[in-house]
Design a protein around this ligand. Structure first.
Ligand code: S3P
Length: 454
């Protein structure tokens, strides 16, 4: 196993202040380049996410015969009008679940063999959720461990549309099925049981495809499209990634006297549940300059100011899909609040880049805070973190959450295994420094490096 070993050392600071320009949104970047690769014509993606996850998608598309080139602040994708070429090797999705789940939908319709695999973390993540609908559409798929985990082997072919009711509100699964549906004969419908992110539906019209969307009970929705439908090339501007900004906004809420403005950040309502939670805990949240991008995405400038103290809050389970990637950031605020803050209905968090409920409970406990892990949630008692050494379990969002939690600690904190931050936010340490944080990157201990490399 070779994984770059790195650690971050964080010094406490009194407050965070300043303006943040978060990187382009990772979810939207994946979708825009994959739709561009399926489309006829040349797609331009402005402000793409610069992280390794989106690079993995681009590298896979390269092996599928798609030419992508990067210039300052934009990507050019030469679409192949739904006809990709058979890759001559395994498609390495790295750490990126979105790469694997989204590409599997498009590959199910390609008349050739492809194999998707990834790093240690990705190889543990479930793929049965995409195998089941894609088989029903007519593709042949196999995976390790009883068709549960990558590598995922796909022999694609002619597909037919299906009606698919997802068991969990997963935007990745919905997008996978909709991408397959573009090439399938007849109508494909996806029913989501909750408010999972809707970037795919917002983006499709820019590529000339109008999905039909109906609301369902429980803030879910039914999305339908009729295939075969050839996307036409688009110019898409990607808003700032709310999930990257979230760590700094939650930290601003947790440090009295802080004020952080995240500029040009996505305000898609399927992503911003954390802002409502921070406001409910007593932080001052203001939104200015709201606008909509060419990809149909709302964005604006969000400022969070830290009050004298935060109050504990129980997050309603129905809000979790709207903050599924912000639970690590939520923990920063929960750890600073007076009383016990809880989340429930968050079992999906165990299936992310790490088991995030266990990783957060371990990280909080490692910094002297009371955190109780439950089957589908966490209960966190606010307090002042001690110094110490904790691990991110190689999960970018755990690493960034612990780093910002450490800004409020009594003493320096070392976070182990932080190279994964580059999967979504390569400029994270610089951004923290600009807001007044004090972080230094260190190479891991030689014996750790040797153990991991060996
Ligand atoms: C994503 C959807 C979410 C999220 C992931 C990105 C996407 O996963 O956690 O980081 O881009 O569609 P699920 O769809 O599995 O909930």
């Amino acid at each position: 196993v070779s994984r770059p070993v790195q650690r971050l050392r964080i010094l406490p600071v009194g407050s965070l202040r300043g303006v943040l320009d978060p990187p382009g949104d990772k979810s939207i970047t994946h979708r825009a380049v994959i739709l561009g690769a399926l489309a006829e014509g040349v797609t331009i993606v402005e402000n793409p996410n610069p992280g390794a996850d989106c690079d993995a998608t681009l590298a896979c598309l390269g092996l599928l015969g798609i030419e992508c080139s990067a210039a300052a602040g934009s990507l050019t994708v030469r679409g192949a009008a739904m006809r990709w070429v058979e890759p001559d090797r395994v498609l390495d999705c790295g750490n990126s679940g979105t790469t694997l789940r989204l590409l599997s939908g498009a590959l199910a319709a390609q008349p050739f063999l492809s194999i998707l695999a990834g790093d240690e973390s990705l190889q543990r993540r479930p793929v049965d959720r995409v195998i089941e609908p894609l088989r029903r559409m007519g593709a042949e798929l196999h995976a390790r461990d009883g068709d549960r985990r990558p590598p995922l082997v796909i022999r694609g072919g002619a597909l037919r549309g299906i009606g698919y009711r997802a068991a969990v509100p997963s935007a990745q699964v919905a997008t996978c099925v909709l991408l397959a549906g573009l090439a399938a004969a007849g109508e494909t419908t996806v029913e989501l049981p909750g408010p999972a992110r809707d970037h795919t539906e917002r983006l499709l019209p820019a590529f000339g495809i109008e999905p039909r969307i109906e609301p369902l009970a429980g803030a879910g929705r039914r999305v339908a499209l009729t295939g075969p439908a050839l996307p036409s090339a688009a110019r898409v501007r990607v808003p700032g990634d709310f999930s990257s900004a979230a760590f700094f906004l939650a930290a601003a809420a947790s440090l009295p006297g802080s004020e952080v403005e995240a500029r040009g950040v996505s305000l898609n309502p399927t992503r911003t549940g954390l802002l409502e939670v921070l406001a409910a805990m007593g932080a001052q949240v203001t939104i200015e300059a709201e606008r909509v991008t060419s990809g149909g995405e709302p964005l604006g400038d969000v400022t969070v100011r830290g009050p004298d103290h935060l109050e504990a809050f129980d997050v309603p389970p129905a809000w979790i899909p709207r903050m599924v990637d912000e639970v690590p950031a939520w923990a920063i605020a929960a750890a600073a609040a007076r009383g016990v803050s809880r989340i429930r209905g968050a079992a999906e968090l165990r299936l992310k880049e790490s088991d995030r409920l266990a990783a957060l409970a371990g990280g909080l406990a490692g910094l002297g805070l009371a955190a109780r892990e439950e089957a589908d949630g966490l209960a966190v008692t606010g307090g002042v973190p001690t110094g110490g050494t904790v691990t991110s379990h190689g999960d970018h969002r755990i690493a960034m959450a612990l780093a910002l939690l450490a800004t409020r600690a009594r003493a320096p904190v070392v976070i182990e295994d932080t190279a994964s931050i580059a999967t979504s936010y390569p400029a994270f340490v610089t951004a923290l420094g600009r807001l007044g944080g004090a972080a230094s990157e260190e190479a891991g201990r030689a014996e750790t490096a040797a153990r991991i490399a060996g």
